[in-house]
Design a protein. Structure first.
Length: 117
């Protein structure tokens, strides 16, 4: 199964609009793709959704849903990772992502959707 990392832009678009991003998210929900995420992505997603005016309960629901359908990858030591530290929010080089994980950006989500058809 193809493993994908849906970044914040993809997830926000999938939750708030219809389009290829939502189709990719639906493919994850249907089990056609396996989502891999990190606490940094979840943290950023929550902040962006709040900033866009999405209610706190709805944001919590979105975050819980992403955690339900995703494998959440952590560093080797949890005490080394602080999501409040801006320096660690995007340092995926140190995160333990599976070797076959694919990161989807807005430009590649359409390509991924074409592969699913």
């Amino acid at each position: 199964m193809i493993r994908v990392t849906l970044d914040t832009n993809i997830l926000v678009s999938a939750f708030l609009q219809s389009g290829n991003e939502r189709k990719v998210l639906e493919a994850v929900i249907e089990g056609k793709l396996k989502s891999v995420t990190s606490p940094a992505i979840l943290h950023e997603l929550g902040k962006v959704l709040i900033r866009l005016g999405v209610g706190e309960r709805q944001v919590e629901g979105y975050l819980l849903r992403v955690m339900e359908i995703s494998e959440v990858c952590l560093r080797n030591r949890l005490d080394d990772f602080d999501i409040r530290d801006r320096k660690t929010q995007h340092s995926f080089g140190q995160a333990k992502l599976p070797s076959k994980a694919v990161s989807l950006s807005p430009l590649s989500s359409a390509k991924c959707f074409r592969l699913l058809r």
